[in-house]
Ligand binder design. Structure first.
Ligand code: CP
Length: 346
């Protein structure tokens, strides 16, 4: 069982600014080594187990490629969660075994466990995916890395800070608009929540924009306000995409689902009600006209996958302001840094 000396990466909020800076510096160093073809096999003989309850392109391939480049081995596991509503969190199975057994077995073999879990797997019960990640951490003797649960996507938010710094030098004094966008589907709140938490840690002036009914978790909003007041940045909420984009240095418009239609707010997820609400806001799409509202050298960010034609036009995502592929690349470098930080001394 995790006794405290093993560190987990479940949300950036549980890491100090100094620790996050150390990760970013290491990521820059590893990126340079990769580009110059300098070997950096810092995790020779180390194994990462990657448990994907949900599908992935970027997260799976950047972790698996990353651990390989570091001289270690990544093992992809696709657990089948046979979900029954009456199950307690700790009973959510990995095929047939409880988390407590899986975590203790893998701890005897390897050096870190990473997990992705949200959405239908946990019946959209907000917070349950995060509790399951923490259940793994409770039983594992090796670090647990959150590859996106239903509250946080910390690796994405760290790659995003690295990308903004590369493009603009700093987050301090920069207006960053994290906005809801229409997509026609239901996505978790993990990315916007991790983004507002992390961008406010680094001194940005963050504006969160969404239609009414698509609010983020009020606890996250309180933390974002606290982060901003401690870092010298600011945090505001707007109900207008145009207002949020006005003069923005960074825009990060993406879709997320409404917590109003998910448990614990309602007894059972109401996807029909949620889609009815979201379908009223099809005009929340990033177009070239909307870019004209922003600062001249604005960067357009998206964690991907993006729903083209709904969240954003091809013209914008493939245009000169878009940094989405640099952002996707930085997942590799940041996650290599996180793995080295957590696993090198094990
Ligand atoms: N941004 C992100 O996490 O992408 P994947 O869902 O492809 O992993």
């Amino acid at each position: 069982m995790n006794t405290g000396e093993i560190k987990d990466f479940i949300t950036t909020q549980e890491w100090s600014r100094d620790e996050l800076e150390e990760i970013l510096k290491l990521a820059e160093d590893l990126k340079e080594k990769q580009q110059k073809k300098i070997p950096h096999r810092l995790l020779e003989g180390k194994t990462l187990y990657m448990l994907f309850y949900n599908s992935s392109l970027r997260t799976r391939n950047s972790f698996e490629t990353g651990i390989f480049q570091l001289g270690g081995q990544g093992i992809y596991l696709s657990p089948t969660a046979v979900y029954r509503p009456a199950m307690a969190d700790e009973e959510i199975p990995y095929v047939t075994e409880r988390i407590s057994d899986v975590a203790r077995v893998l701890s005897r073999y390897g050096h870190a466990i990473s997990i992705r879990i949200y959405g239908d797997v946990v019946n959209w019960i907000y917070g349950r995916g995060n509790r399951i990640v923490r259940e793994f951490a409770k039983w594992a003797d090796i670090p647990v890395i959150n590859m996106e649960d239903d509250m946080f996507h910390p690796c994405q938010a760290m790659a995003d800070v690295l990308t903004i710094r590369e493009k603009l030098g700093t987050l301090e004094g920069k207006k960053v608009a994290v906005s809801w966008a229409y997509s026609g589907g239901i996505k978790p709140v993990a990315v916007p929540q991790s983004c507002v938490l992390n961008f406010t840690r680094f001194g940005a002036d963050v504006v969160l924009a969404h239609p009414k009914g698509l609010e983020l978790d009020p606890n996250i909003i309180e933390l974002a306000k606290k982060n901003a007041s401690e870092s010298g940045g600011s945090f505001e909420i707007s109900y207008s995409m145009d207002e949020a984009f006005e003069g923005a240095d960074v825009i990060y418009p993406k879709s997320w689902g409404s917590l109003e239609f998910m448990p614990p707010k309602v007894p059972k997820v109401d996807k029909t009600g949620m889609l009815e609400l979201m379908n009223k806001h099809k005009d929340w799409i990033t177009t070239a006209e909307k870019l004209d509202l922003c600062a001249k050298n604005v960067i357009y960010m998206h964690c991907l996958p993006a729903d083209r034609g709904m969240e954003v036009t091809d013209e914008v995502i493939d245009g000169p302001h878009s940094v989405v592929f640099d952002e996707a690349e930085n997942r590799l470098h940041v996650q290599k840094a996180i793995m080295v930080y957590l696993m090198k001394d094990l």
